[in-house]
Design a protein around this ligand. Structure first.
Ligand code: ZN
Length: 368
């Protein structure tokens, strides 16, 4: 499998605390206490603990100790997890805005994992920094374009936007530079400021992506507690998807749009440049994953569905999410077989979703 959406984890071993794997973010003592209290009460964490216990050959309550022992040879532990999860290549969303982004992941993580590593360039953090510094809208839009051009030349596998975490996915298609400038005034926190400017910059970034034939991942659906979920429905992207840039660029709607699975599936069904990606809910809502796979495959053409983990922080998150989706896929195949779908179609679709489609999107398009 190519994990087409994941985040970095320690280059050296850090203690594993399952309570840290949470959508409730924040470093304040109450937030930490809430995570600790809620973790064991979630089915997803219970599943992960049980599954890790089997993997580490220990009792569920001994997972932390057994993992500390296994992590003494960190590269061996990381590689064994990835091998067990059948993860052959990784596409990292690194979130960095510095020019050395490539060097910060490709070298170290290729060495650690023993696998080909690719990276996605974000541009929203650059917009944040420029708004905070008082830049005008023209400068922001130009710098975003230049940043994306530079990343494309440096060999990024695509772009990633967290517009859903900023001013939402209801991106206006007809923003003028004057409106973009006016949107920068105001006293909202930087992350919620400048909607028109962010909308314009996003459209220009799509234009760069289209020129370089690079895909753009859009965060859709649920995420951590910094998100406003109501602004993350993939259908809010419809206006943008009808623009020249939104039609020309390859758009990957990630996380399956959870809980808007069918909404996302419809966009992929009706727009030939839109891909559906399934990740994150394998970590945080694994019990219903097979159902979502069937719902996606009911709509999305088989050459436009890709699979990721959204693992982050610890390699066990990539491992668990990949194992969960593999098991769920098996269940989904049983449902589809019972409905009359042929074995050959299912085998070909599995190969495409876990490898072929992502290879086409992120690997083959990169300069050799
Ligand atoms: Zn992510």
């Amino acid at each position: 499998m190519i994990d087409d959406h994941c985040h970095t984890f320690g280059l050296n071993a850090q203690p594993l605390d399952l309570a840290d794997i949470s959508l409730c973010v924040g470093d304040s003592p109450p937030a930490v206490a809430r995570r600790k209290q809620a973790g064991p009460l979630r089915a997803g964490q219970e599943l992960m603990r049980r599954r890790l216990a089997t993997y580490l050959k220990c009792a569920p309550e001994e997972v932390e100790a057994a993992r500390a022992e296994a992590a003494r040879d960190w590269p061996a532990h990381v590689r064994a997890l990835l091998a067990d999860a059948d993860i052959d290549e990784l596409v990292f969303d690194i979130g960095s805005i510095d020019a050395d982004a490539e060097a910060s992941v490709v070298g170290p993580y290729t060495a650690l994992t023993g696998r080909p590593v690719h990276w996605l360039a974000r541009f929203d953090p650059l917009v944040d920094r420029l708004i905070a510094a008082g830049a005008d809208a023209g400068t922001i839009v130009a710098e975003v374009e230049e940043h994306c051009e530079r990343a494309a030349r440096a060999g990024c596998a695509g772009f990633k936007t967290i517009a859903a975490y900023r001013t939402g996915l209801a991106v206006r298609a007809d923003v003028t530079l004057d409106e973009a400038q006016r949107s920068l005034a105001g006293d909202e926190p930087v992350r919620r400021r400048g909607k028109a400017c962010r909308d314009l910059a996003l459209r220009r970034a799509l234009g760069v992506a289209a020129r370089h034939d690079l895909p753009v991942q859009f965060h859709t659906g649920f995420g951590d507690s910094d998100l406003r979920l109501s602004g993350s429905n993939p259908l809010l992207l419809e206006d943008l998807l009808h623009t020249e840039e939104g039609t020309a660029a390859t758009v990957v709607l990630i996380h399956g749009g959870f809980p808007w699975t069918e909404e996302l599936g419809y966009l992929a069904l009706s727009r030939p440049n839109v891909y559906a990606e399934l990740s994150l809910s394998n970590l945080f809502a694994p019990l219903t994953l097979a159902d979502r796979i069937v719902r996606l495959l009911d709509l999305v053409p088989a050459d436009r569905l890709t699979i990721g983990t959204d693992g982050h922080g610890q390699p066990e998150t990539l491992w668990f999410a990949a194992c969960a989706v593999r098991d769920a896929w098996q269940q989904a195949e049983e449902t589809m077989t019972a409905a009359g779908i042929g074995a050959e179609w299912l085998a070909r679709t599995r190969e495409r979703a876990f490898d072929g489609n992502a290879r086409e999107l992120y690997v083959r398009r990169q300069p050799a």
